[in-house]
Design a protein around this ligand. Sequence first.
Ligand SMILES: [Zn+2]
Length: 427
Amino acid sequence: MKKIIIIWLLTILYSSFSFAAQTRVNGVRIRTSSENTRLVFDVSRTPEYKIFQLKKPARLVVDFNNTKLTGQLKLPKSSAQFITGLRTARRGKNSLRVVFDLQKNITPKSFILKATKKAATRLVIDLPNKNKKAQVVKASTRKIKPFIVAVDAGHGGKDPGAHGQRGTLEKTVVFQIAQKLTNIINKNPNMQAFMVRKGDYFISLKERSRIARRKNADLFISIHADAFSSPKASGASVFTLSRRGATSEAARWLANHENAADLMGGVRLDDKDDILASVLLDLSQSASQNISQLVAKEVLANFGRIGKLHSKTVQKAGFRVLKSPDVPSILVETAYISNPEEERRLKSSRYQYKLANAINKGVVSYAKKHTIAFNTTVKETSHKIARGDTLLGIALKYGVSLDQLKRANTIARSNKIKIGQFLTIPL
Ligand SMILES: [Zn+2]
């Protein structure tokens, strides 16, 4: 019995002696986060160690005293890109050297994590990502697509449009106004305008909206000068398309008059696909009609500041030129060319500028009020999710609300985020 006890005691002594003598390194793990690359050695107890760097080629050396390696240390497959190799060597009887081959020298920081119920003792070596700012918070300035305006000078070529008593042609004055409007719009930050008709030639009404669509116009403005049987009629009007018919008898008359341009040019628009087209229009135009209505109101308000309005509300008429299902469109009758006083004004360069300015102001105030991506730039930054990150934590870090963060990243109710995922941070 005594013998057994002695052997048992010896065993305890021996094992505790050997435990005290050598630390065991059981493995190494590498984790990358947005801030650093972390090397984690799983060790049997707090080790005696020394870390230093060697240059040319760049290496990180960890020397453990009184330590033995159990098994092999291997570079994990998903290790950081700048760690290119891992080697181990024995130094003397009791020491272990671990060498990491690096692409560049990085100053390490190390600390010990004491054993917990769940994990063994760990030696942690952090290699900070060098250009931390560039990698963690990449402030990007994304240019927003400019607001594109198609400026359509009515008529052209063999279709002169209306004419004044002194022989002024609608196609000529509206072209001059359109040119001025295009130049003015192009001076706005983040707006682009182009002329649909670039000279004195005929274009069908369908072709005009086709050009606008091809150039991804956000808005189509058709410029005209009115004419009426009575020379007394005067003032500007702004029209949007009506599917239900013209708002007034005059609007109906005008719509017929403007639409007749296509017949003059020899192009027949009342072809078979009109039924199909009208069905499509019904489906898709309500959205762009709402926008048209808003722009028209703004333009009309600005016209009211420079001169007489023919009608104080936005008119609706069935102009074919406005029948572009996806491009919000307005038609501006700048003045009555059939009115001798207005004919004279329409020819004046100064008045043409006034008109162009008023239209531009209307478009700009519409864009501002309805926040069509009108700010010249939107600043945002991105955050790579590291272990331990929470949505709320990230939101607090960047001073944005949880809701803003979720909206910017279309995160559903589950709040699920993944390590390594990039989040857009709206600023
Ligand atoms: Zn016209």
